[in-house]
Ligand binder design. Structure first.
Ligand SMILES: [Cu+2]
Length: 163
């Protein structure tokens, strides 16, 4: 192998390795924000990562808890949740109204493999971090929960108060 070929081969291997890792990390990949695709919901809407006004770190553990489990934000704020999985199993943070979370949890029981990667959720592999950027456009009390089968039922749920 010539020196050049060896280099090309190395670059190719590296590129392939990276691509493979990305495929594996699909859910953790940052979303591309597109203002035209933002859909308002009862609990706010996808936030513009360039307009984040507050960052909140949230830890998830195999004891089925979020820390903190209670957060307060101001109406209009764009919050970046940096969600870290301290556990050994997959956890996720799904934001929503109390009703939507409960419905979603029921659905997950029937379709545990249901793939989803919407703006209001972050699936986080053990030891990794994920992000949700959300603008709280409506005041009220909302929830976040881990909807991996059994986790919500075990109490893996938190509260967001928007003032
Ligand atoms: Cu969980």
């Amino acid at each position: 192998m010539t020196k050049l070929n060896a280099l090309t081969f190395a670059a190719f291997s590296l590129g392939f390795g990276t691509a493979f890792a990305h495929g594996d990390e699909e859910h953790a990949a940052p979303r591309t924000f597109d203002a035209r695709k933002v859909e308002p919901t009862d609990f706010g809407q996808e936030g513009n990562p360039k307009k984040v006004t507050k960052t909140i770190k949230v830890d998830m553990t195999d004891t089925m808890r979020f820390t903190p489990s209670d957060v307060t934000v101001k109406r209009g704020e764009t919050v970046k949740f940096v969600v870290h999985n301290d556990g050994k199993v997959l956890h996720e943070m799904v934001l929503g109204t109390k009703e939507a979370i409960a419905e979603h949890a029921e659905l997950m029981k029937r379709l545990p493999e249901m793939g989803h990667a919407d703006a209001n959720m972050a699936h986080v592999k053990p030891g990794k971090s994920g992000e949700i950027v959300w603008q709280f456009t409506k005041s009220g009390e909302f929830n976040f929960a881990c909807l991996q089968p059994g986790h919500f039922e075990a109490g893996m749920v938190g509260k967001v108060v928007v003032k």
